[in-house]
Design a protein around this ligand. Sequence first.
Ligand SMILES: [Zn+2]
Length: 462
Amino acid sequence: MFDEFGLVRATPARVMRGGFAEATLYLVVIGDPAAGVAVPRNDAVSPRQGERPRPRTCGTKEEELAEMPDSDGVVSSSDAASLLASLIAIPSVNPAFRTSDAPATWFGEAAMAAYVAAWLREKGAEVELDEVLPGRPNVIARLKGDQAGRTLIWEGHLDTVQTSGMTVDPFRPELHDGRLYGRGAADDKGCLAAFMLALRDLAQRPAPINVTFVAAVDEEFQFRGILHHLERGERADGGIAGEPTRLHIVSACKGCVRWEIEVRGRAAHSSQPERGIDAIAIGTDLAVHLRRVFGPDLVARVHPLLGRASLICSMIEGGEGFNTVPASCRLKFDRRTLPGESGEDAWREIAKEVRRFAADLDREATVVMHPPFIDSISMEVAPDATIIAAAQEICRAEGLTDALLGVPFGSDASKMTRAGIPTIIFGPGDIADAHTADESISVAEVARAARMLAEMARRFGE
Ligand SMILES: [Zn+2]
């Protein structure tokens, strides 16, 4: 009864800009020529709540700053505290996370970009604002220490996630026990402050190295800031993407591809289920089927720094009412990829199985495998890359581990590495504090990161 399920329409569909480089994806439609197209989704991470008490309110910022020991380097903890507090005080929530209960001025990166640009210009960098999307510019700051020498690119992001559910004031930074609290403290304003102070250090004590610092928009949603910058085609010999790694060197990360599958059945009164086609039953069968088919193989794919590949059905929604055979079911999938496999290949592999599943159905349903709405590639930098050697040397000199780590989260580093710039992820703060209800970072660690970044640049230029 269902020859039409053998029919697969392959409609070319462009997905997210930059997501799949040159590739054209195919929207696989089984039995339905009028399928929809992919829509970018909000990929917000909800803040964790109640994990830490609200910082106590005794002590003022000035008192705490006065107690902070200054380092013997050119970047002190009080430098870091005052710059980072200024950055936290400027809201820069990614517009993809816009909510009606928050003021419109909290969204977008323009004010942050203007502040960062002016600060760096004053310190002697050559600064450009490069508009990526209307009113959303990247900041590009350059220090030319040696025209013929190596170029290092530093990258951090201007945007943050949403503020809903926060237990600390998101944009009125408070300093307690050496930690600054507020949205973006750890992700990614601590890193921005470290890069800015490191750049100031290099401007004051020049080194034979060219440094380009890119403070990018849209890292938290679709990476459009860094993708736009990389399209300029400027060359660089190595890169550091600032994300909270607790001053560890991260040289590998997993990729992530996400898409939706839609099942369309037929509604009927639930007292006469034989008259309908139960889309939820088909959808859940499909989720179980994919887990059975791919689970064992994915568990067997292991990377030494990153662990296992994975596939999960992360959301299911469907049905119309208590007493109706459900006519629709939508499932969202999240596949984590390892270096060596692309999101596109992973998606195609599963699309093929979905087609097979649909072809075996004995009910007249429609199964639509949508193209990915997120495709963040995996990354691995060769352990003998110059940027890794420079970072390891400085970590050792600081008495920190020089071990190379892998992380499960994505960042702009993978796009830079794919563009031919070997890029590590490095920065102050802990990813466990990012996106949380009481986000915070150690100010001393931000200052230390700044000093280390400047030293890494000097070492990289040698
Ligand atoms: Zn980040």
